[in-house]
Structure formats: structure tokens, C-alpha cells
Write a protein that binds this ligand. Structure first.
Ligand SMILES: *Cc1c(COP(=O)(O)O)cnc(C)c1O
Length: 405
């Protein structure tokens, strides 16, 4: 059976919305995805039926909340094929997950150590490492991006050496859609003994991940980009690293014992989950991942490739349109600039036709500088987008072009 996009769409109430009389065409999925009814229901059910703080209550609600919360952690563990549930840490999103690792790394680095990220990072996966290096006196390098929008593997190889302590890169570029060869990039870093973090914010909903197969040490993602709520995310890391990693946030839940002068830390996963966790959103993220993993994901991936192929084809017919990022392996995002107008004007005029895209630097200023553009117009896809929407987008874009001419 082929992937049934109509059936998927039915589960997203927001897709029935109209914008000024036009049906909503939502193509801003790299910024955040919409939520299926079952995720909305899971969140409402939590607050309606069993809202309670977890792990410390001796009453029925606390017990139910704790069970659902920990069951959601198991869903994530299976989805990413983590070896152990204790390695799955709840965060508020990719940014926080990366900060947990970067803050600890800053305390482990010393002058002479080297850290590598890339020129295609979201700011969350570059500013963090820059600052960790600044604080510790380590040296920071970045892997350049080719004109096509791929990482330059030759330069990457030449940067790796026995001083390389840490390497970070994105699974998928949020601005270009480039799908990076993360298994190969990881193996190259491992060959010099470096730790590896993969920013999975985009990759998680576009192909997913098997962290054991990739061989990385850390993988971070956000719930809201995989059909779950905002304010919840995951940091996965190897147990032997996470159990020794210098803690960033201290407080309740993460301690074992406290005296007036000192404290000892709790076991994983709690030692890295300071304070009351976001229980309701964690449970709803578990539901989102359950829902997502029950889709025909092979069919969904083929469907998405058809959308990107069609977009590429139609973009080539638009005079004055320059695609930014033409990697051989591309998922999720499709970025471009047009000679007629600033990306912000394009976005504004598309919005008036009911089409939601994102314009700007996509939290990737170094990458925009690399391509010599102030920003791009970006459409980005989810499992509910259709070929008709891609075609409607280019029809609307032609109107925009006429308005701007
Ligand atoms: C969205 C995104 C982030 C940041 O995610 P938050 O949910 O804002 O923490 C980091 N990296 C990439 C590639 C992203 O797309």
C-alpha cells in the first residue's frame, strides 16, 4: 500500500484552517511541525486526569504520572535504538541538550585541545562550542560548506588530529536540507578518539536515527519538530559519558544527598534532569513518537523525495530564482532567493495567499554569509504536505514575482 497523505492530513485539525479565505498551506515545518489530534488529546488527558509531580509522591496521581512519564522515555529509547533507558534525558529542546553537553565539555577542555563544528550549523550547535572553547582556551575549527551545500570532507579529514577532543555536526541542515553522512563523519572523528555530538533537530523526523548504528556519543533533538509539543526534547548520550559528565544545572531531582556544605549527584537519567520535569509534554512527545513510528515511514520518505524533486523542477522554471543548497542527499528544507525581492517580502506576499514559509537567516548566519545572501526563503516539508501544495506554492510565487517586478 502506498503512503496515504490524505489519511495523515485528516489527523491534523489545524490543516483545516483558512487564511483570509485561502486554505492554509503550511510549509514551515523545519521551524515547527503541527500536531496530530492524538498528541493534543494526550496532553489534555494528562492535565485532565493525572497531573501530578513525578517520582516523589505516595499517591495515585503521582504514581500514574510517573508511570506514563517513564513509559514515554521507553518509547524514545526504542525509537532511537538507545542501548539503555537511563541514557535518555528529557530536556526542553535541542538547544538545552546541546548546552548540557557544551557546558560540561567546557569544564573538561584545556588549552591545546581542539573542537570542530561545521559551517552549516544552526546557532545552537556553534555558539555553544565557541563559548566552551573561549572559556577553556581550546581551539575552535569549522568544516567549510561547498557551493552545492555539502560539507567538505577533505578539509574535515585534515582538521582531525590527536588533539581533537570533540566534533559536532548537524544530521540535516535546517537551512539547506542537506542530509549529512553522519555515520561516516562519526567514524572519521572516532578514528582520532574524539567525542561526537549530532544535532538531530531536523534529522529525527526525516529518516530518524539508530544511535548505535551511527556510533556517535550524543544525539539531541526537539519534540516540536517531530509532531510533539514545544518545550520538550531529548538528549541521548552514552552511559559511561553521561554518568561522569560535569553537571550544568543543579537543584532538586538531580541530587542524591545534600548537606549544608556539599552534595552528591543522583544516578542517570536524573543527574542531568534538575528540577521538576515537563511531565505533560514528555508524555505527549511519547505519543507523537508512537504515532509517527506507526506511519509507513518508507512510503513517507519516498513521498517527501517526490515533493523535493517537484519543487526543484518547478524552481528551475522560475526566472531569477537561485536555489541555495543543492546537495545530492536532501530532505526537509528547500531554500532559495529571487532577484526580484527580499526574502521577507516574498514571505509576506505568500502569507497573504495562505502559504506559510519562513524567511531570514534560519538561525544560521555563518551559512548565509557563506552563500553571500542576507537570508533565504525556505519551504520545509512534513508528512502531511502534498504535491498539490508544492504546485500551488509555485503558482503563488509567480504572482509574487509579478507584484515585485
Ligand atoms: C530547530 C533547530 C535547533 C534548535 O532547536 P530548538 O527547538 O530551538 O532548541 C537546532 N538545530 C537545528 C538543526 C534546528 O533545526
Amino acid at each position: 500500500m502506498s503512503f496515504d497523505v490524505a489519511l495523515v492530513r485528516e489527523q491534523f485539525p489545524i490543516l483545516k484552517r483558512e487564511i483570509d479565505g485561502n486554505p492554509l498551506i503550511y510549509l514551515d515545518n523545519a521551524a515547527t511541525t503541527q500536531k496530530p489530534q492524538c498528541v493534543i488529546d494526550a496532553l489534555v488527558a494528562y492535565y485532565t486526569e493525572c497531573n501530578s509531580n513525578v517520582h516523589r509522591g505516595a499517591h495515585r496521581l503521582a504514581d500514574e504520572a510517573t508511570r506514563k512519564f517513564e513509559a514515554a522515555r521507553d518509547i524514545v529509547k526504542h525509537f532511537i535504538n538507545a542501548p539503555k533507558r537511563e541514557e535518555v534525558i528529557w530536556t526542553k529542546g535541542t538547544t538545552e541538550g546541546i548546552n548540557i553537553v557544551a557546558n560540561g565539555l567546557g569544564k573538561l577542555l584545556k588549552p591545546g585541545d581542539e573542537v570542530i563544528a561545521t559551517g552549516m550549523e544552526h546557532h545552537a550547535n556553534i555558539v555553544t562550542w565557541q563559548q566552551a572553547c573561549k572559556a577553556s582556551g581550546a581551539t575552535f575549527h569549522t568544516v567549510p560548506v561547498t557551493e552545492q551545500g555539502e560539507l567538505d570532507l577533505e578539509v574535515y579529514q585534515s582538521l582531525l588530529n590527536s588533539n581533537t577532543k570533540f566534533v559536532a555536526f548537524p544530521h540535516v541542515s535546517n537551512a539547506l536540507g542537506t542530509l549529512n553522512p553522519i555515520k561516516e563523519l562519526t567514524a572519521m572523528a572516532k578514528a582520532v578518539g574524539a567525542w561526537v555530538l549530532v544535532d538531530g533537530a531536523q534529522g529525527i523526523a526525516h529518516g530518524g536515527v539508530d544511535v548505535q548504528e551511527v556510533g556517535c556519543d550524543f544525539y539531541a533533538f526537539s519534540g516540536h519538530k517531530i509532531y510533539g509539543p514545544m518545550g520538550i526534547g531529548i538528549l541521548w548520550g552514552r552511559e559511561e559519558l553521561l554518568s561522569e559528565w560535569p553537571v550544568w544545572q543543579t537543584g532538586g531531582e538531580m541530587i542524591a544527598t545534600v548537606t549544608l556544605q556539599d552534595a552528591t549527584w543522583n544516578v542517570l537519567p536524573y543527574r542531568l534532569e534538575a528540577g521538576t520535569p515537563n511531565v505533560g509534554d514528555a508524555i505527549a512527545l511519547g505519543e507523537a513518537i508512537r504515532w509517527f513510528s506507526e506511519l509507513d515511514l518508507v512510503g513517507a520518505a519516498a513521498h517527501e523525495q517526490a515533493l523535493i524533486a517537484r519543487a526543484t523542477e518547478l524552481a528551475q522554471e522560475v526566472e531569477g530564482l537561485r536555489m541555495i543548497g543543492q546537495a545530492r542527499h536532501k530532505v526537509g528544507a528547500f531554500s532559495f532567493v529571487m532577484s526580484e525581492g527580499h526574502p521577507a517580502d516574498i514571505g509576506f506576499l505568500l502569507d497573504r495567499q495562505g502559504i506559510a514559509i519562513r524567511t531570514g537567516d534560519h538561525c544560521a548566519q555563518p551559512l548565509m554569509n557563506r552563500f553571500g545572501v542576507p537570508g533565504t526563503a525556505r519551504m520545509s516539508f512534513a508528512v502531511y504536505n502534498t504535491l498539490e501544495e508544492v504546485e500551488a506554492f509555485f503558482k503563488a510565487l509567480r504572482k509574487v514575482q509579478m507584484m515585485l517586478a
